[in-house]
Structure formats: C-alpha cells, structure tokens
Design a protein around this ligand. Structure first.
Ligand code: ZN
Ligand code: ZN
Length: 354
C-alpha cells in the first residue's frame, strides 16, 4: 500500500509499504479520509514521533476491510470512525473508563502507525459505527469535534444565554464555537490574528469576529458585556497573548479553558492573577476527549450523533482534499504558512468517497 512515512524529524516520504495485518481483536480499516491535525505539523517537522519509521495521521474514518481473530462486532464494509488512543486496560484510569488518562497508552499516528495511508490497523474496541447520513469526510473530523466538545464539557458545558469568547479560530477553535452555539450560547465571540480564519468564521454564521491585532479583545468583550466579561473563555491558539486574553476576559465566577498546545512560556502579570482571584474564576485544563465503550454520552458518540442530526455541520471547515501522493507537498505548505488552510483531509490516491 501507499503511505506517508516519517523516517526522522522533517523526513516524511510518500512510499510503498507492506499492507499491515490485523492481529487478534484488531481490524484492518481502508482509510477514506484522514485529517491533518494542528499537532501533526510540529510532530512531523520539529518534535518528531515516538519511533521511526512511523506513519502519522490520527483523525480518520474509513471502511472495515478485514477483521482479525475474535472480532465479531464489525464486518467488512462497515463505515467507521476510530478513536486513536489505544489504552492499556489495566491501569487505575482504564478501570474507571478514563482512557485518556491511561498511564501506558499507545497512539495511532504518533506511537504506532496511523492513517496517512491506504490502510490502517486499529483495535476493534476503538471503532465506532458512522451513523447513516454522516459522510466519511465528516466522520474523519470526529476526533477534533470531540476534542472541542470535551473542552466545553470540562468547563461544565455552556448554559443557554451565556457569552463565550474563543481565542484562536483554527479548526478546533471554530468547532468549539459551533458546539457553544449548539448548546445555546447567546453570543460567541471569536478572535484571531488571521483575517481569512475570521472570514471563514463569519461564513459559518458567527457575527462577532475580531482581528485581535486591530481590536483589543479585552475591550471588545468588556464593551459587549457591559464591563462584566465573558462567562466562558476558551484559549484555542496555544500562544502567550491568547492565554493572557482568555484570563483577562473572564467575568466574576467565569471559566477559562486551556485548550491550545502551548508554544512558549507565559508570564502572568500580578494584576491579572489578582483579577482572576478576585473574580474567583476557574481555570480548566482539557486534554484529548472522552471515549467510552459503554456510554452513548461520551464525546465521540455525541459528536457523531450531532453530525447525524445536523446540529454540527463540519463540511464548511474543509478547505483542502489532497491525495496521498501530493500530501507531503501540502504539509510543507501548511508548515510554511503558504496559503490559507482550515481542515485539510488526506485521502488515498485516485479514490474519493462520500
Ligand atoms: Zn488531532
Ligand atoms: Zn491504562
């Protein structure tokens, strides 16, 4: 099969590799689409993966090709989304079903082979059936949609009438804004420094988008909330200014969610710390997403259901669909910031599915 193989930091090659074999309890999935995650760019070009050679790619959906020994819940032809974290099943966190806190996890696309390929092997317990009416393109975005939902849920969700401010309008920031709106937020403000991102946000129906290099977010939020601040502030860019802004914009009793992967140290001014204290604001960390093999309310099932019901429409986020053979070039362009990218989906050569 064809795949993108990372041989060392920055050394990503499009090449022929052996078709993987599903072991006991595993499934061979024919990849339909695999999204490029914000984390894939540093993973490929600067931070590296846990071993080499390795096939990156963890946001994907596809069709079951073949089942390994003992797998009865799925059959060839089933359309599936795949939770990329392979939990150990033995540690204290796993016993509670909190797989993202697993102490000994494996991960498709960073620790074991992922889905920038024609096929990928995953444990059957990591597969979710894609509901009817949900395209495989949409299903490939279940992971980021779940991460965005998880961020809101970490902060107790968003109550109807609340004002939410999202700092960073990349795919995850936009999805967080979409969830907040779906939960009944009365206003969702989006801030970014890139005009195209805000234009896309606007096309999704978000009216309050602001270029934070031109308008001071704190002033914008203060003005629109009668100096009260936002109920919920989501930091979705991972840079120091946005974390400071998110903290500064939270109202009394407000919540701040730290969602973006940090790119640098942040110094919190004493005055801001004092404000957070006086306002009794709560800072929430969020990591990955909750996946359950028992509950239908976990982030993953909820995201797929929201796509099926039309509550979550992700299609407009897709700016690029790229065949594997051209993907290395595209990833370089993303890294260099050549052009505007929101969600980029990679698919096998010569094959595009719904
Ligand atoms: Zn991701
Ligand atoms: Zn575990």
């Amino acid at each position: 099969m064809k795949a993108l193989v990372l041989h060392a930091v920055g050394n990503l090659r499009y090449e022929e590799v052996p078709l993987p074999e599903p072991g006991a309890g595993e499934v061979l999935v024919r990849v339909a689409y695999c999204g490029v995650c914000g984390s894939d760019i540093p993973r490929i070009f600067s931070k590296g993966t846990y071993r080499y050679p390795l096939i990156p790619g963890h946001e994907f959906a596809g069709v079951v090709e073949r089942c390994g020994e003992g797998v009865s819940a799925f059959a060839p032809g089933d359309r599936v989304a795949v939770f990329p974290l392979v939990w150990c099943g033995r540690c204290a966190a796993c016993e509670k079903g909190r797989y993202v806190q697993c102490e000994q996890y494996d991960y498709l696309g960073s620790r074991r082979d992922g889905a920038f390929a024609d096929y990928v092997v995953a444990p059957a317990r990591n597969l979710l059936r894609v509901p009817e009416g949900v395209s495989l393109q949409d299903a490939a975005m279940t992971e980021p949609a779940s991460v965005a939902l998880h961020a809101l849920r970490r902060a107790g969700g968003c109550a109807p009438g609340e004002i939410v401010a999202v700092f960073g309008a990349g795919p995850i920031g936009l999805m967080t804004a979409m969830w907040a709106r779906a939960m009944g937020a009365s206003d969702v403000l989006l801030f970014d420094i890139v005009q195209e991102k805000l234009a896309l946000a606007k096309s999704l129906g978000f009216e309050r988008v602001h270029l934070s290099v031109q308008e001071d977010p704190q002033q914008v939020v203060a003005q629109m909330t009668n100096q009260q601040g936002a109920h919920l502030c989501i930091e979705a860019a991972g840079v120091p200014p946005t974390l400071l802004q998110a903290c500064a914009c939270a109202r009394r009793g407000g919540r701040v969610v730290i969602l973006g992967n940090p790119s640098a140290d942040v110094t919190l001014p004493a005055s801001l710390i004092s404000q957070l204290m006086r306002r009794e604001a709560t800072l929430h960390g969020t990591w990955n997403s909750e996946y359950s093999v028992y509950s239908p309310d976990d982030d993953w099932h909820t995201a797929l259901q929201a796509m099926a019901s039309g509550k979550l429409r992700l299609q407009p986020l897709i700016t690029h669909r790229v065949p594997l053979r051209r993907a290395v070039e595209t990833l370089h362009a993303m890294r260099e910031g050549k052009g505007f990218f929101c969600k980029v989906l990679i698919h096998p050569d010569g094959r595009e599915e719904d």
